[in-house]
Design a protein around this ligand. Structure first.
Ligand code: SF4
Length: 278
């Protein structure tokens, strides 16, 4: 059985399609970071002329560069313009909204607290739009600068909404009496929640769960964690080749879900392999 919501989210699907169309119409380009955290997709785009780079220094003069669905900081846009590079901006509209929220809040005099992982590219990008008036943290035990009178609490888009709500509540408890205003803006992505919910529902109907996606993909790892919490035996696999026959001993119904960065054909290969083994 397949989960009702699985594989590429709309932001990733949009980004991959934009890159594929660009490669077809205008030829080779560089992507600043992996367009998707999936080795199969990155390698197939690279075969078509989409070269993965980690710095604008690696982009040829007058070349084309794509910003990924995770978005980028203000300084990257400025540098692309300064170098006169052709920009293909695949920033997911939901990430863009989080960036705009951060920038607007700072313009309105707020200090921004961003619930998210400091080292994640999306978080670094959003934070850049606060122009130094923001901080990313996963812990509510965070010190707000003494001069800040108003704070805005926002989230990395892929964080669970319940965890963001808990974080925002803890911040409010800690600072309500010390500040003039605390504004909470939910910038989480509904896609993430729907995926977790669909995986939990699937767990009720099966005896084993297969979560498909690169081991390097944070969103797939989180999905696998959520599936494990259901106590149904859960296997995080990169592709059909990793499926072991012994996992299916005594299993009459297996469920398949996949991270937001997993392409359809990899999911279908896993489903075919499972069907062949059961
Ligand atoms: S998970 Fe949500 S925010 Fe992230 S790329 Fe997909 S649609 Fe956009």
């Amino acid at each position: 059985m397949k989960s009702d919501v699985l594989g590429f989210c709309f932001g990733v699907r949009r980004a991959v399609e934009m890159i594929e169309n660009e490669l077809k119409d205008n030829g080779p380009l560089c992507t600043l970071g992996a367009i998707v955290h999936n080795t199969h997709v990155v390698s197939s785009l690279s075969d078509e002329g989409g070269q993965l780079v980690h710095s604008l220094d690696e982009v040829p003069e007058n070349g084309a560069v794509a910003i990924t669905a995770h978005g980028a900081g203000e300084e990257i846009y400025k540098e692309i313009k300064r170098r006169n590079l052709r920009l293909i901006d695949t920033t997911c509209p939901i990430v863009r909204r989080a960036q705009e929220t951060a920038a607007t809040m700072v313009k309105d005099g707020f200090f921004v607290l961003l619930y998210g992982e400091k080292d994640h590219p999306e978080v670094k990008g959003i934070l850049s739009w606060t122009r130094g008036k923001g901080e990313a943290t996963m812990s509510s035990d965070v010190a707000v600068p003494s001069e800040a009178r108003r704070i805005a609490v926002i989230s990395q888009t892929t964080k669970k909404r319940e965890l963001f709500a808990e974080f925002a509540q803890q911040i409010t408890g800690q600072y309500a009496s010390k500040l003039e205003e605390i504004r909470i803006i939910d910038t989480t992505c509904p896609e993430t929640g729907r995926r977790y919910q669909a995986a939990r529902e699937l767990a009720h109907a099966v005896e084993a769960l297969f979560v498909v996606g690169s081991h390097s993909s944070a969103n797939t790892r989180k999905l696998a964690e959520t599936c494990s919490e259901t106590k149904i035996p859960t296997y995080h696999i990169d592709s059909a080749y990793e499926v072991k026959g012994k996992w299916l001993t005594g299993v009459s119904r297996a469920g398949v879900t996949a991270g937001a960065s997993t392409p359809d054909y990899i999911i279908n290969e896993v489903v075919s392999r499972l069907e062949g083994l059961t």
